[in-house]
Ligand binder design. Structure first.
Ligand code: PLP
Length: 403
């Protein structure tokens, strides 16, 4: 099967109104194209904490790097352009960004959250923000009826991952935005899986987008970062206060690494997705595989929805084995694909969600979402697809022996 390029109803494949330039160009050139004082093409790393003031009540616009730093500002403007928002904020990790964002809500507020999402987000919400007085309903948000049923008068936000992690379900961004806007709340989308290259939730009505910049944006499994993009000035001001007061701001060097990663986002996303198509199809035909979850399959139940709100399907695949006893064998036997917990980098990684990314999620909820002892998740990198398939084939060949 080859990839069928599709165009979202948002516009052409990657072109949107980023000052007239396509998203691919903005990713490479950033917000400023070059540093105006010296002409440096690569944004300099302003590795300093404090900035001299010309005089009393005079400022260069910079004062202290926890609050504002020129390298971080360039990243914040670049991600805002890529997502089609007015403001970007950069944090020390994806969790730092989510934790800042949740501070916008008050004790007594209720949030609806995708039940099938990164386990760390579940842990943060239940262990830290429930005791603080927020309440959460964990819902299969790919079913809009369930979202509607979960709405309460005190619901202030819907927080979704789409495609979901790890079951690759797709949630209707436009419908969720309508539902929550009807009662004056916000739709928050964790857009880590598709990156701004394939999906721009703000253009479908979402209010805030978050990213684990650690994944596709940085792209090399070497940098932690977290990003928020939005257009509401009041919320942006509130988030700046959180960033300044809590201090989980992204360091200048990691901001620079994230900017450098973003330069090749378009190339990497295309390659990851192309490889994912090949591998997903290969897995689907493998006798030891029970089910493959990949949104790019035309028979995926949410394929049409994906095509209506995203420009691609990304590089993430989950698959269920027939026999759970194959899991440890496969994890031990892959050699090119690495058994490690992350995604979105140039190197292909295989993850066992049950004990890794989703271990914080209670068993009943994991079961309801489909996260079983037979489920593995692949983050497909940019290596040669034939090499990756050969690696999987030789690992599968080790399964079922001596049992
Ligand atoms: N959101 C998603 C979808 C993730 O997969 C992760 C981490 O794996 C996070 C958020 C948290 O990001 P970070 O690890 O950068 O804190």
């Amino acid at each position: 099967m080859t990839k069928t390029t599709h165009t979202s109803s948002d516009g052409t494949k990657t072109r949107h109104s980023t000052g007239g330039h396509s998203l691919d160009t903005v990713a490479v050139r950033g917000a400023r194209l070059f540093e105006p004082h010296t002409g440096a093409i690569s944004t300099p790393i302003y590795q300093n904490t404090t900035f001299r003031h010309p005089g009393l009540f005079e400022s260069t616009g910079f004062d202290y790097s926890r609050v504002i730093n020129p390298t971080r500002s360039e990243l914040e403007r670049t991600i805002a352009l890529l997502e089609g928002g007015d403001y970007g904020l950069a944090f020390a990790s994806g969790m730092g960004a989510i934790s800042a964002l949740i501070k916008l809500y008050q004790p007594g507020d209720h949030l609806i959250v995708s039940e099938d999402l990164y386990g760390g987000t579940y842990r943060l919400f239940t262990e830290y923000y429930e005791p603080y007085g927020l309440s959460f309903s964990w819902v299969d948000t790919s079913d809009c009826m369930r979202v509607e049923q979960a709405l309460q008068p005190k619901t202030k936000a819907i927080f979704i991952e789409t495609p979901s992690n790890p079951m690759m379900k797709v949630t209707d961004i436009r419908r969720c935005a309508e539902l929550i806007h009807h009662q004056g709340g916000q739709l928050i989308v964790d857009n880590t899986f598709l990156s701004p290259y394939f999906q721009n939730p703000l253009r479908s009505g979402a209010d805030m987008v978050i990213h684990s910049g650690t994944k596709y944006l940085s792209g090399h499994n070497d940098t932690l970062s977290g990003l928020i993009v939005l257009s509401n000035t009041q919320l942006e001001q509130a988030l700046r206060e959180v960033q300044k007061s809590e201090g989980a701001s992204l360091s200048p060097f990691d901001a620079w690494l994230t900017l450098r990663g973003i330069k090749t986002l378009a190339l990497r996303m295309e390659r990851c997705e192309g490889n994912a198509f090949r591998i997903a199809q290969w897995l689907q035909e493998h006798p030891r595989v029970d089910q493959v979850f990949f949104t790019g399959f035309p028979d995926h139940p949410h394929y049409a929805l994906s095509c209506s709100q995203a420009r691609g399907f990304g590089g993430m695949i989950s698959f269920a084995l027939k026999d759970p006893a194959d899991v440890p064998v496969l994890l031990k036997s892959v050699s090119l694909i690495l058994f490690a917990e992350s995604l979105g980098g140039v190197e292909s990684l295989i993850t066992y969600p049950l004990v890794q990314t989703h271990s914080a999620i209670p068993e009943a909820m994991r079961r309801s979402a489909g996260i079983t002892d037979r489920l593995l998740r692949l983050s497909v990198g940019i290596e040669d697809a034939d090499d990756l398939i050969a690696d999987l084939a030789s690992a599968f060949a080790c399964c079922g022996k001596d049992r």
